[in-house]
Design a protein around this ligand. Structure first.
Ligand SMILES: [Zn+2]
Ligand SMILES: [Zn+2]
Length: 303
């Protein structure tokens, strides 16, 4: 199971309902953050999520709403005596900016931080998954990320049973791609082994409409897309962000299964005339039906 928890869903400025961008991902033993806006550690605590287990943080870009929580989080990890290294990923200049952040003030760190700068098509391999970064169009160097589970290999037990192989250790060999001989008969992996595509999550960070997202988010189980504002004329002054309709158009073209709108401008607040965030959802649904409007602490399981 891959589980996501939206810790912050606001754009640029927090509101009473929405904290700044961060998404917590649980995949097997791994805990990963996509972005780490101010206050992320309190959001994690509120939800009872074990932040000491976070081993990778992917920063989409160096606008403060996406990174300002990292310093406090690292300090808390240190005070709690963390020993295992933390990996921080981001676009170019990530090393320079993070070094600056980590050398302000007086505190000693109890663990190492490994910084990895990524670019379009850069892949890092994890245990059973990979994360690929892709360039998006914002006002500064910015990346989106795709987390993709490795192909899953499964034996069709009905077929195995028919061949008399049900509990045989030879199934492991077939899973390894080896042809076996059983009771004088040759059995090839494709006779009982199925290859299932891994689950795929795509996150854009901040971007205006960008066809590069379509390329990288192709057939994703979930696309989490910038949806800062609605496409009415008053808001066309926003530079480097997407409308709900842009997000939905990308979702449709990329043939994703589910779209989640996030990075919601503070101008959309519940109960306010003509600015209820539901208008973003309605706008997107006209183009792409399977859409959810993110809210803080929204949980999502990729099955
Ligand atoms: Zn932002
Ligand atoms: Zn930004």
């Amino acid at each position: 199971m891959i589980k996501l928890v939206f810790l912050g869903t606001s754009a640029s400025i927090p509101t009473r309902e929405r904290n700044l961008p961060s998404i917590f991902i649980m995949f097997k033993g791994e805990r990963i953050l996509f972005d780490c806006g101010e206050g992320t550690q309190r959001q994690l605590m509120d939800k009872g999520l074990k932040f000491m287990k976070i081993n990778r943080i992917f920063i989409t870009h160096w606008h403060a709403d996406h990174f300002a929580g990292i310093m406090g989080l690292i300090q808390t990890m240190s005070l709690e005596g963390r020993k295992t290294p933390l990996y921080v990923y981001g676009p170019r200049k990530t090393s320079e900016f993070l070094e600056q952040l980590l050398t302000i003030g007086y505190f000693t760190r109890s663990f190492n931080i490994e910084i990895i700068e990524m670019n379009d098509g850069f892949v890092i391999e994890g245990d059973g998954y990979k994360v690929t970064s892709f360039e998006v169009t914002h006002r500064i160097p910015s990346l989106g990320y795709v987390l993709e589970e490795n192909q899953r290999i499964r034996a069709d037990m009905k077929k195995a049973e028919k061949l008399g192989l049900k509990t045989s250790p030879l199934i492991g060999k077939l899973k390894d791609g080896k042809t076996i001989t059983f009771k004088g008969k040759k059995i090839a992996p494709e006779d009982i082994i199925e290859y299932l595509p891994g689950r795929k999550i795509a996150y854009t960070g901040d971007t205006k409409y960008d066809p590069n997202v379509i390329k990288y988010a192709k057939d994703a189980d979930i696309l989490i897309h910038d949806s800062t504002f609605a496409s009415n004329k008053d808001h066309i002054d926003e530079i480097g962000h997407s409308t709900a309709k842009d997000a939905a158009t990308i979702a449709k073209k990329a043939n994703v299964k589910h779209l989640v709108l996030t990075h919601i401008s503070r101008r959309y607040q519940k109960g306010k005339d003509n600015t209820d965030p539901k208008i973003l959802l309605d706008e997107a649904k006209k183009v792409f039906k399977n859409t959810t409007l993110a809210h803080d602490f929204l949980e999502y399981e990729v099955k």
